[in-house]
Design a protein around this ligand. Structure first.
Ligand SMILES: Nc1ncnc2c1ncn2[C@@H]1O[C@H](COP(=O)(O)OP(=O)(O)OP(=O)(O)O)[C@@H](O)[C@H]1O
Ligand SMILES: [Mg+2]
Length: 250
């Protein structure tokens, strides 16, 4: 069993606010120099280590704002860690936070060619897959519409259709199933099953228990930027839900 992803002591810091300096009002009323202002840095992820073998399907669980999408961005190489490292064996096709890094001002058609090209497909290869990508997404009537004018569901349809049509062995899917409508969800299920059948490695972020159990064998539970449980998916979901229930009681 060969390794697809290895994360070693991964950590990344963000600023809690955009304002790194005092506002004029603060300086006037508090008379503090900007040098004393705390920068509000925090660790969005820290000490995260795990190995994923090729062909594994891993579900990422955790409450909102705990670091799930950030972890996918580190795996995809969209963010660079401040600590530790992540090694990826093979190309990564990410669909994070509902868009696959599409350019808002380019048309749907241009985005398909651009993203396909960035993932190493030749023009001929993209042309050969183009109709399938567009028909699976059901956006044929809007091919020349700028991506920014797509509805959220249309963005996800095109993004999911395209990233799962690339040849990359590692696929990262963030919240897609929650946005698509019923008929698209059914198509997504088939596509995910066939991807896993092909031996691809899948990372799935979802707040839907049955989706996670359907596709993933293993789960990672992220809380406060830390990986607090890595184990069989049912066990990890159980840990997460009992944490949430306990917090609601108190
Ligand atoms: N580029 C950024 N700059 C500053 N803070 C950020 C940035 N990206 C994410 N964060 C912060 O990092 C934390 C983790 O965010 P992340 O998007 O990874 O959460 P998540 O687990 O995916 O949540 P959700 O379930 O809501 O999608 C949050 O506090 C978020 O505000
Ligand atoms: Mg997220």
């Amino acid at each position: 069993m060969s390794l697809a992803i290895r994360a070693e002591g991964l950590g990344i810091q963000f600023f809690r606010n955009r304002r790194r300096h005092m506002r004029v009002r603060d300086i006037l009323f508090k008379g503090v120099s900007t040098a004393t202002v705390p920068k509000g840095q925090f660790w969005a992820l820290r000490n995260v280590s795990f190995d994923v073998a090729h062909g594994e399907a891993v579900g990422l669980v955790g409450a909102n704002g705990q670091g799930k999408s950030t972890l996918l961005k580190l795996i995809a190489g969209v963010l660079i860690p401040d600590e530790g490292k992540v090694s990826v064996n093979g190309g990564v096709a990410p669909l994070i936070e509902l868009t696959g890094g599409f350019v808002p001002d380019l048309s749907a058609r241009e985005n398909v060619y651009l993203t396909g090209g960035l993932h190493g497909l030749t023009r001929n290869q993209i042309e050969a897959r183009f109709d399938d990508v567009v028909d699976f997404a059901g956006v044929r009537d809007f091919l020349d519409t700028p991506f920014r004018h797509f509805s959220s569901g249309m963005k996800v349809r095109l993004g999911f259709s395209l990233i799962t049509s690339l040849d990359e062995p590692i696929v990262l899917v963030d919240e897609v199933l929650a946005v698509g409508d019923r008929s698209f969800k059914v198509k997504c299920y088939d596509r995910m099953e066939s991807m896993l059948g092909d031996g691809r490695t899948l990372f799935l972020v979802s707040h839907n228990e049955s989706d996670l159990k359907r596709f993933c064998t293993r789960g990672l539970y992220i809380k406060g930027g830390e990986l607090i449980h890595d184990g069989p998916i049912a066990e990890v979901i159980e840990h997460y839900t009992s944490d949430v229930d306990a917090e609601q009681v108190t």
